[in-house]
Write a protein that binds this ligand. Structure first.
Ligand code: PGA
Length: 257
C-alpha cells in the first residue's frame, strides 16, 4: 500500500567523529530522494550535533540526539538537558532506545520522564519500545508492549501524543541481521495503534507516526514501509554508510503516494 508520509531516521549510535559525520552528511546530500512526505533525520553522538547541524543547512535533513535527560540542570554526570539541546539548535531526540534500557538502566519510568521533558521543551521525541527475544519466545510480546506504552506514555495529552514519534524495535532484530518479517512487524504495529486508540482516542492514534527498527536494510525497507501501520524506520547499521542510507531512502520513497 502507498503512504502519504514516512519518517526515516538514522541512529548512528557511538559511531563517527564530528568530521566523519560532516563527510557522511555531505555525501548523503548529493544523493537524496526528493519526495514530499519523506522526512529524513540523522542522530549522531552529542559531540557531533553542532557540526552536523551546520552540515545539513539548506537540506531537508533533520538532526536529532540519541538521548536527553529530564532534569533542567543539576548533578547528573554524563547527561544532557533539553535546554542544552535546544540551545544547540536540536529539536528531535531518541528516547529509551533498547541499548539505553539494557546497558544504562533506563526504565519505563525514566522513558516517561524524558518524553515529558522533551515535549515540554519543544523537542520531538522518538520514544522506543520493543520486546526481547526471551519475551517474544515466552509469548509476552503484547504484554511487554502494553506495559511500555502505558507506563512510558503515562500522563501525555492527546496533543502531546500526536507530536511523539514511536519506534517499535524488537530487541532481537537490532544489529543482528534478523529482521522481523513484514507480517510480524505489522502485527506489532497494529497492536500498538490499537493500544494508542485505547489510551488517546482513535483520532490521535491515527496521526501518530510509528517507526519500525531492527536490521532495516535497502533491500527490505520497501516491503516493511508498505505495511499499513508502519510509518517510517529507525535505522542503525544501514544508516552509517551514506551511499547505503541513500539507497535505503530511495527505496523507501517508492512507497510514498
Ligand atoms: P540496526 O539498529 O538497524 O543496526 O538493527 C536499529 C536501532 O538500534 O535503532
Amino acid at each position: 500500500m502507498s503512504k502519504p508520509r514516512l519518517f526515516i531516521a538514522g541512529n548512528w549510535k557511538m559511531n563517527k567523529t564530528s568530521s566523519e559525520a560532516v563527510a557522511a552528511i555531505a555525501e548523503l546530500r548529493k544523493d537524496l530522494p526528493n519526495k514530499p512526505g519523506l522526512e529524513i533525520a540523522v542522530c549522531p553522538s552529542f559531540l557531533a550535533l553542532g557540526a552536523a547541524l551546520e552540515a545539513v543547512k539548506g537540506s531537508v535533513i533533520q538532526v536529532g540526539s540519541q538521548n536527553v535527560h529530564f532534569a533542567e540542570s543539576g548533578a547528573f554526570t554524563g547527561e544532557v538537558s533539553c535546554g542544552q539541546l535546544k540551545d544547540a539548535g536540536i529539536s528531535l531526540a531518541i528516547i529509551g532506545h533498547s541499548e539505553r534500557r539494557q546497558f544504562f538502566g533506563e526504565t519505563d519510568d525514566t522513558v516517561n520522564k524524558r518524553t515529558h521533558a522533551a515535549l515540554k521543551a519543544g523537542i520531538r521525541p522518538i520514544t522506543c519500545i520493543g520486546e526481547t527475544l526471551a519475551e517474544r519466545q515466552g509469548g509476552q510480546t503484547e504484554a511487554v508492549l502494553e506495559r511500555q506504552l502505558s507506563l512510558g506514555l503515562a500522563g501525555l495529552t492527546p496533543e502531546q501524543m500526536e507530536k511523539t514519534v514511536l519506534a517499535y524495535e524488537p530487541v532481537w532484530a537490532i544489529g543482528t541481521g534478523v529482521t522481523a518479517s513484514p507480517q510480524q512487524a505489522q502485527e506489532a504495529h497494529a497492536f500498538i495503534r490499537a493500544k494508542l486508540t485505547q489510551l488517546f482516542g482513535a483520532a490521535t492514534a491515527g496521526k501518530v507516526l510509528i517507526q519500525y527498527g531492527g536490521s532495516v536494510k535497502p533491500d527490505n525497507v520497501a516491503e516493511l514501509m508498505s505495511q499499513k501501520d508502519i510509518d517510517g524506520a529507525l535505522v542503525g547499521g544501514a544508516s552509517l554508510k551514506a551511499a547505503e542510507f541513500a539507497t535505503l531512502l530511495r527505496n523507501a520513497a517508492c512507497v510514498l503516494s
